[in-house]
Design a protein around this ligand. Structure first.
Ligand code: ADP
Length: 475
């Protein structure tokens, strides 16, 4: 199958969260099982992009509301395991960050329009266009309802929802950014009085998937206003659990680690990594180390972290390390606690790929008190690195982490509350004292296979279902 992934993020080109990890790995695994998968994404001024070389393969003058933007598609030389195309548009794409600009709606609409113009120019027909999240949500609509893309009408589209909290909606008076379509189709773009690209994609994509089965169920109850739509469209929706790139995330070869280790050498390897990260953060490596990595936002339960840290460190002799950025108020509180608990708690407020790998390899436990977790990759990396996840039973966390009390390998709680998390930390601290059971659990966690191989096959089966079959009538 000839597959094109359209995405705002792709690791290592530009990453904000798990979306990048998925788009940076799934096509590679699809190519390995015999498909041809490529990625197209916007151009950003990240250091990866600035150090890359490429060839311009397509140019287009994009006209949006009377203004012309010069655009080009660049085929970027890479060793990622799939062809990578970036879309560069004058004024709109040469930015350092992926999101967070006032004209984000215009940027992503322009990106999608150029991407589809380029698709029109391709000699080899695509079998599937796989769209990821709201930034690419107008593509299924444009392919079905904009006359300039009529010839793409029969190409199946899949929408993967990595996070339904973010929907990219904007007021109707900006709808002129889209190419011409019949007025009667306007309703397909609308959701409760706004133009909503995620809603449009749920309505227009041939199939829709979320990144875990439990998240699919949860979204039908609560989806930031889209629950009714997801219930209506449930027959075309399915949950497919993400995998991990088991090559990038392999403690035996990970270049970010101080010492590489395998299941057999985990004790020494993890000890060295724990010491290194503790030294860097001024913590005591002889104490149990709890880590948190992630965006400091409500969905991740980050607002509760300051109180959790304060409560638990008042009562227990453990260490906590935190890596993340997000809400300025949470950042401020987490910074303040550094002085109160110097030597027992420390944080890096920011995004640092290297540190995240070292925390998975060095921390004994990883905290994930998420309120919403579409799949969650942190717990999968943490299992692979032998770091015990402590999770709230929600979304993908529910699908991938089973409590030790129920025969699993992690610690689970039901609510995102300070007391649930503190109680789980207390259970973890007790478990940590049983060195034999703790080490046996590390071995079991590291043996679990969450690599993309399985999930790549599941996506292929879903694509197969979508591709129209040729019917031959026997005479
Ligand atoms: P989400 O996409 O909702 O942020 P996921 O669990 O799906 O959450 O993916 C998070 C990814 O981002 C993981 O690869 C995690 O290691 C990484 N990550 C999150 N915050 C940071 C940070 N501050 N520094 C480094 N990596 C981070």
């Amino acid at each position: 199958m000839n597959i094109l992934h359209v995405s705002a993020e792709c690791y290592p080109v530009a990453k904000v969260g798990g979306l990048a990890d998925v788009v940076g790995a799934l096509p590679k695994y699809q190519n390995r099982i015999g498909h041809t998968a490529a990625v197209i994404m916007p151009y950003y001024k990240t250091s990866w992009v600035e150090h890359a070389n490429g060839t311009i393969v397509f140019c287009h003058d994009l006209v949006i509301e009377g203004k012309t933007y010069f655009s080009e598609v660049i085929d970027v030389d890479n060793e990622l395991g799939f062809p990578l195309f970036v879309v560069r548009i004058t004024e709109l794409t040469d930015r350092k960050n992926v999101y967070g600009y006032e004209d984000d709606s215009l940027r992503f609409v322009a990106f999608q329009r150029v991407a589809l113009q380029w698709v029109l120019s391709l000699k080899r027909k695509l079998d599937i266009i796989h769209c990821h999240d709201h930034h690419t949500g107008f593509i299924p609509f444009m392919m079905q309802h904009c006359p300039e893309f009529d010839s793409l009408m029969k190409v199946p589209t899949l929408l993967s929802i990595h996070n339904a909290q973010y929907q990219g909606n904007f007021p109707h008076d900006m709808v002129g950014m889209l190419p011409r379509f019949r007025e009667s189709d306007l309703g397909l773009l609308d959701w409760y009085g706004d133009i909503n690209p995620l809603a449009a994609a749920i309505k227009c994509a041939w199939r829709v998937n979320t990144v875990s089965p439990s998240y699919m169920m949860e979204l039908q109850e609560k989806a930031n206003g889209l629950e009714g739509l997801l219930r209506e469209e449930k027959l075309k929706c399915v949950g497919i659990l993400n995998g991990i790139d088991a090559e990038t995330w392999n403690p035996a070869t990970d270049n970010y680690l101080i010492k590489n280790y395998s299941i057999r050498t985990r004790a020494k390897g993890r000890e060295a990594n724990k010491k290194a990260i503790c030294d860097e953060f001024g913590l005591d490596a002889s104490k149990p180390l709890f880590g948190f990595i992630g965006r400091l936002v409500w969905e991740k339960g980050a607002d509760l972290l300051p109180e959790i840290i304060d409560t638990v460190l008042k009562q227990h002799d453990i260490n906590i390390i935190l890596l993340g950025s997000g809400s300025p108020e949470v950042e401020r509180q987490l910074e303040e606690l550094k002085t109160t608990y110097k030597g027992r708690y420390n944080a890096h407020i920011g995004y640092e790929e290297r540190m995240s790998h070292q925390v998975y390899a060095g921390a004994d436990f990883l905290l994930m008190p998420s309120r919403v977790e579409p799949c969650g990759l942190n717990q999968l990396y943490s299992l692979r690195y032998g770091c015990m996840p402590i999770v709230r039973r929600t979304g993908g966390l529910k699908d991938t982490v089973v409590d030790i009390g129920d025969g699993g390998n992690g610690i689970c709680h039901d609510q995102t509350s300070v007391w649930d998390v503190v109680y789980s930390i207390e259970r973890a601290s007790l478990f940590y004292k049983d060195k034999k059971a703790f080490s046996a659990n590390q071995k079991q966690m590291m043996e679990i296979d969450h690599s993309w191989e399985n999930a790549a096959g599941t996506y292929a089966s879903l694509y197969e279902e979508m591709i129209p079959k040729k019917v031959t009538i026997k005479k």
